[in-house]
Unconditional design. Structure first.
Ligand code: NDP
Length: 420
């Protein structure tokens, strides 16, 4: 373990090292609360101060904590239902492969059915928007606690289980980045569970509750609210339908499970990604059919690029002789793996990010152009993906060396052809 920690100290520290990590641990929760407060305020100013600073009484609520724990319990129970398939992850340092249940989409459908039953039995879904602030507080507290337990668990994990990046020896940095790559309790893979279930399904649940509240307030949901719900449900449904693809993403294969991913998965995703629906509830927008059709077209283009690029790489990584990818041009690397240099991955080096950003733009446009606030998502997300792309470049350069440099020469643009 010491050898790894020593190795880690030589690897470059990301996110500005311990200071950057400490700042992010304050800034990320503060941003979540800022957005929650601003979305419901009249001026809805992204850059201005929040309308008020909530006291502990407005943040701390035992029912909100109980609701959050019940939600976590439900998603855990659904995780343990028999899976339609058990998939293998990529090979680990010790040459083993972990197994993962593929039943996330079923969890989404069963959650929807249970919710439908609950609502028909009188469950007041429309009160959820009123609980967002204390819910976010409860989730933030549990994210800190959970990350601490993960940190302690990693202290006794074998060296082969540690992540490449979160073992610098600095506790603040390692707490943030995550020390252990795939922490597990028996068959429960904690990172895999958190990546796609409580936060992601929670996001569409919050959206739906906002739609219900809007219908209660104004008689029917607006077109903009319906579009946002539909677009984001498609995004979440797609992620869960292609759940297996998460096994080849950076989050699973490279990053340790620490505060960055815990908070991101459990708090950031549901509370900030639902910002557009929160904004629409308090700032109704009139969306004409021509504009709505135009936005749907942008969303469809983004989705097409995002899905085809991700599926192409995933199929190639799983089985390079699959007929859909066998004809593509490749570069051999010293690791024995190949890099695609034609198809989507010969167009730009991260076509999937481009598709994702185009979809993000469609979501923001749905909220009109009167406020900057709903554009927070596309702005933040572009910055996230640009930064993520740079991190991935570094990892790939370390992994593939000259072959990666050759790929970059052949495919010079990172995300946006001829521009970036
Ligand atoms: P990618 O799925 O793009 O994975 C990057 C990896 O792909 C590289 O490390 C490399 O790994 C492999 N790769 C890169 N180039 C090639 C090539 N030419 N040929 C073959 N393999 C290649 O990255 P992410 O995990 O960041 O993203 C996955 C998806 O998730 C994206 O669509 C992204 O937009 C989305 N996302 C969404 C977020 C959200 O909050 N909504 C947040 C982050 C991501 P190797 O060679 O080891 O296989």
């Amino acid at each position: 373990m010491e050898a790894i920690a020593h190795q880690g100290s030589r690897t470059p520290r990301e996110f500005g090292g311990p200071l950057g990590a400490a700042a992010l641990m304050l800034l990320l929760p503060a941003t979540v609360f800022h957005l929650l407060l601003v979305a419901r305020s009249g001026p809805a100013r992204l850059l201005g101060p929040p309308p008020y600073l909530p006291g502990l009484g407005a943040l701390w609520s035992p029912p909100a904590l109980l609701l959050w724990l019940a939600w976590l319990g439900l998603q855990l129970a659904l995780y343990f239902l028999p899976a339609r398939k058990v998939a293998e992850g990529l090979e680990l340092k010790d040459k083993s492969r972990l197994q993962y249940p593929i039943n996330g989409f079923r969890a989404l459908v069963l959650t929807a059915l249970l919710l439908g039953l609950g609502v028909s039995a009188g469950l007041p879904l429309g009160v959820l928007p009123e609980m967002l602030l204390p819910m976010a507080f409860a989730v933030t507290l549990t994210a800190f606690l959970f990350s601490l337990l993960l940190y302690l668990k990693a202290l006794v994990a074998p060296a082969s289980a540690l992540a490449p990046g979160g073992n610098s020896g600095n506790p603040i940095y390692d707490f943030f980045m995550g020390k252990e790559l795939n922490p597990r309790i028996c068959f429960l893979d904690l990172k895999y569970f958190c990546e796609l279930r409580p936060g992601l399904i929670g996001w569409v649940l919050i959206n739906l509750a906002l739609l219900v509240q809007e219908a209660e307030l104004r008689g029917s949901p607006s077109l903009a609210m319906c579009l946002i719900n539909g677009f984001q449900l498609l995004y979440v449904g797609d992620a869960l339908w292609h759940e297996e693809a998460v096994l080849t993403t950076m989050d699973i294969t490279h990053d340790g499970f620490g505060f960055m991913l815990v908070f991101g998965d459990l708090a950031w995703v549901p509370f900030t990604y639902s910002l557009q629906a929160q904004f629409l509830l308090h700032h109704p927008q009139t969306l004409g059919l021509p504009m709505a059709s135009f936005i749907c077209l942008i969303k469809a283009i983004g989705y097409y690029i995002f899905r085809s690029a991700n599926s192409q790489k995933n199929t190639f990584r799983k089985n390079p002789s699959d007929p859909s990818v066998a004809g593509l041009e490749t570069i051999a690397t010293a690791t024995g793996r190949q890099l695609l240099v034609s198809g989507w991955w010969g167009w730009v080096r991260h076509p999937n990010y481009l598709g994702d950003i185009i979809m993000a733009l469609a979501w923001s446009l749905t909220c009109g152009t009167s406020h900057l606030l709903p554009y927070f998502y596309v702005l933040y997300f572009t910055a996230l993906l640009v930064h993520r792309e740079a991190r991935d470049e570094q990892h790939c350069l370390q992994k593939y060396g000259l072959a990666w440099a050759k790929y970059c020469r052949q495919v010079p643009y990172r995300i946006l052809p001829y521009i970036y």
